[in-house]
Design a protein around this ligand. Structure first.
Ligand code: SF4
Length: 458
């Protein structure tokens, strides 16, 4: 079977996609959760595996200044062209030039968070270049003029019925179509788009410095198909995607696939190490900063660059599960976005993000790169306050809350013993006998806080 004959109907046929209509996010995450837990059996000790990821990612981050240029020189030797872009504007200028030189009229895009970050679709629209999506999740959400709601699974918020309706409205599929029928139609459309496109624009999972290779992981095979057929391929990747050697993938790939999709290995791992001059004319890579080096310069925040973009932190987040990805209104919904979006997507609207969390710590527990997401969220909050990015209303609200908390004179009156006795009498029945009632501390928090503050001011 040739690569072009591969389709993801095979995968759909083996799966049971018949979810209830409600709570699609929770149901889809439940499915991930079951596979994820099972897939972890791959590792004899998950903590050791995480430590290995930390070592590899830290080694890359701390040596980025040399690794990026090693990658550039090796990628050039392989026949590709490397461009560097400081900002989205620089990326747009580089792509504009390529579009003009190669007279590109249509492109096919892969699923990529960086492509979302730079709003590639808006840019292509302005340039009157037709675009289509090669990832089925993106294909679904863009068919309804929407955006991905998850960094791995773009259409995680939809159930089968909703997807059938989208396909019925856009492609004339029966409203009661089953998963196989939908996947077949999507597969045909995506194949047509891939074969008809002048260029392929994609993100990347890793850039390997010592061989100048680009690594893509996927389940549908469409990145591979597009890479093999497009005359011009443009890869756009963040500077943080560089790793030092192919051997780093031994642990990075299984850790990514288990945490992203609950698979021991994704169906396809494509490693592109050069240009086949007979079938392809050009391969470009644009390495983008977009404030990532600002994260790098901050000792605490730089650990966020260890991220391998698996999306597991969103899957375990109680807030994400309840509000879904669109409520965040940023490219990286979920705990990861709370840290990086205020820096990477320097949009006024993102400064509230670090405050949209309960700090329960589930994300920190699951993260394969041992990123202390809680600490980074607190750090980002402080940064936002220190830089005066909060509103006057926020400040007034916090001040009044502070005053009320500190002056709780009536609450502070009386001994802890009497307060606990009163609480028992009033709430014991309501609270039930199986749970312990919380207890008043001997010294109230507000008293301790005031005393501590006074001591520090002396
Ligand atoms: S922060 Fe950790 S869990 Fe979240 S996407 Fe990145 S690597 Fe995955």
């Amino acid at each position: 079977m040739s690569v072009l004959d591969c389709s993801f109907t095979d995968i759909a046929e083996k799966e049971d996609y018949s979810f209830d209509n409600n709570n699609s996010i929770k149901k889809n995450i439940e499915k991930w959760d079951n596979s994820f837990k099972y897939s972890l059996n791959l590792f004899s000790d998950i903590d050791i595996a995480k430590n290995k990821v930390v070592n590899i990612r830290d080694k890359s981050i701390y040596n980025l200044d040399t690794l990026v240029f090693t990658f550039e020189s090796n990628f050039n030797k392989n026949g590709g062209k490397v461009c560097f872009a400081q900002t989205t504007k620089d990326v747009n200028e580089i792509i504009s030039k390529i579009i003009k030189e190669r007279q590109i009229k249509s492109v096919v895009l892969s699923k990529s968070n960086l492509l979302e970050e730079i709003s590639i679709r808006n840019f292509l629209k302005k340039k009157s270049v037709d675009y289509s999506n090669s990832d089925i999740g993106d294909f679904i959400v863009y068919s309804e003029n929407n955006k991905p709601s998850h960094i791995v699974n773009s259409a995680i918020h939809h159930n089968l019925d909703e997807i059938s309706q989208i396909f019925s409205a856009n492609y004339g599929v029966d409203e009661n179509a089953n998963a196989q029928e939908i996947v077949k139609v999507a597969s045909q459309k995506i194949n047509e788009n891939i074969l008809g496109a002048d260029a392929f624009i994609t993100g990347a999972n890793f850039l390997v410095a010592d061989t100048g290779s680009i690594v893509f992981v996927e389940n549908e095979g469409n990145i591979l198909k597009s890479s093999l057929t497009a005359k011009t391929q443009i890869i756009i990747a963040g500077i943080d995607k560089v790793v030092s050697s192919l051997s780093d993938l031994n642990i990075l790939l299984p850790m990514l696939s288990t945490h992203a999709t609950g698979q021991n290995m994704t169906t396809y791992t494509d490693i592109v190490s050069g240009v086949d001059v007979e079938s392809r004319e050009e391969i470009y890579i644009i390495i983008v900063d977009n404030n990532r080096t600002n994260l790098l310069s901050d000792k605490t925040l730089r650990t966020a660059l260890r991220c391998i973009h698996c999306g597991a932190c969103a899957n375990v987040c109680p807030i994400y599960k309840n509000i879904g990805g669109y409520a965040y209104n940023c490219t990286y919904p979920g705990p990861l976005g709370l840290i990086i979006s205020p820096y990477i997507e320097k949009d006024e609207d993102n400064k509230h993000l670090p405050f949209v969390t309960t700090l329960c710590g589930k994300c920190r527990e699951v993260c394969p790169a041992h990123i202390n997401i809680n600490n980074l969220i607190l750090h980002t909050r402080k940064d936002i306050i220190d830089n005066g990015l909060h509103t006057i209303e926020d400040e007034q609200f916090i001040k009044s809350l502070y005053k009320k908390t500190i002056k709780r004179r009536r609450m502070n009156r009386g001994s802890a013993g009497i307060k606990n006795w009163k609480l028992q009498r009033k709430l014991r029945k309501l609270w039930g006998s199986r749970r312990n009632l919380p207890k008043f501390a001997q010294t109230p928090f507000s008293v301790m806080y005031t005393e501590n503050k006074e001591r520090n001011n002396k």
